[in-house]
Design a protein. Structure first.
Length: 222
């Protein structure tokens, strides 16, 4: 769904200042060599796409009545928007072994090494990234989830590139502007949930065509 992908891109832009602290060092180190920065970003986006596809598939596989996915997705979307707005703290996530993996990948200076470092960077304990997975869950689609997380990662690229070039002053400083954008992300996420449930004109989750809409293939059928 385009609104979900656009919302994810905006969320990436809003969350970019946080990425300076988490990934700025990697961006600067990888940007020193030819093609290293691009390889690092591609590796990072590949990991985000995988996480988004898994989250979207989870959203699609939620068992129970058709309204249950909305009940699960709604608090996740509200929580993610509050994280973006700076109202609540980002979740603390720890994945054993990932930091060690990133450190090993950082020692490789080749383009392949930078790509590997990007893959590992995408799994670093970044609360904002894992909060962003609320969007793929709300979409209920592995494909949309993958695109949404790629868009989220792409939204962080400009500021991280600016950091690589030394232009640190480009970070957002207005909390009001940040919260307006967070509200937009929330509305887009709610729209995605509404479309999925058939409240905004889309087909409801798990809904099929009505029997009377099917064309009978048997010419002798009365």
């Amino acid at each position: 769904m385009p609104t979900t992908v656009v919302a994810a891109f905006i969320a990436g832009i809003v969350g970019s200042p946080h990425c300076i602290g988490m990934c700025g060092g990697f961006a600067v180190a990888c940007g020193a060599g030819r093609g290293g920065g691009a390889a690092w970003h591609l590796g990072r986006l590949a990991t985000y796409a995988t996480l988004g596809a898994l989250a979207g598939a989870f959203g699609a596989a939620i068992p129970g009545p058709s309204w249950l996915p909305a009940v699960v997705s709604l608090p996740l979307m509200v929580w993610f928007s509050l994280v973006l707005a700076g109202v609540v703290k980002e979740p603390a996530v720890r994945i054993p072994g990932v930091t060690r993996l990133a450190t090993r990948a950082a020692s490789r200076r080749s383009v392949v090494g930078r790509f590997s470092l990007g893959l590992a960077t995408g799994l670093l304990p970044c609360g904002l990234v894992y909060a962003a997975l609320a969007l793929p869950v709300a979409s209920g689609s592995a494909g949309v989830g993958a695109l949404a997380m790629v868009a989220f990662g792409a939204g962080t690229v400009p500021l991280l590139t600016a950091v690589t070039l030394g232009a640190r002053t480009l970070a957002f400083r207005s909390i009001v502007f940040r919260r307006v954008l967070a509200a937009g992300v929330l509305l887009a996420g709610l729209g995605s949930i509404g479309m999925r449930q058939g409240l905004l004109g889309g087909p409801a989750h798990g809904e099929h065509a009505h029997p009377e809409a099917r064309v009978e293939s048997d010419p002798g059928h009365d």
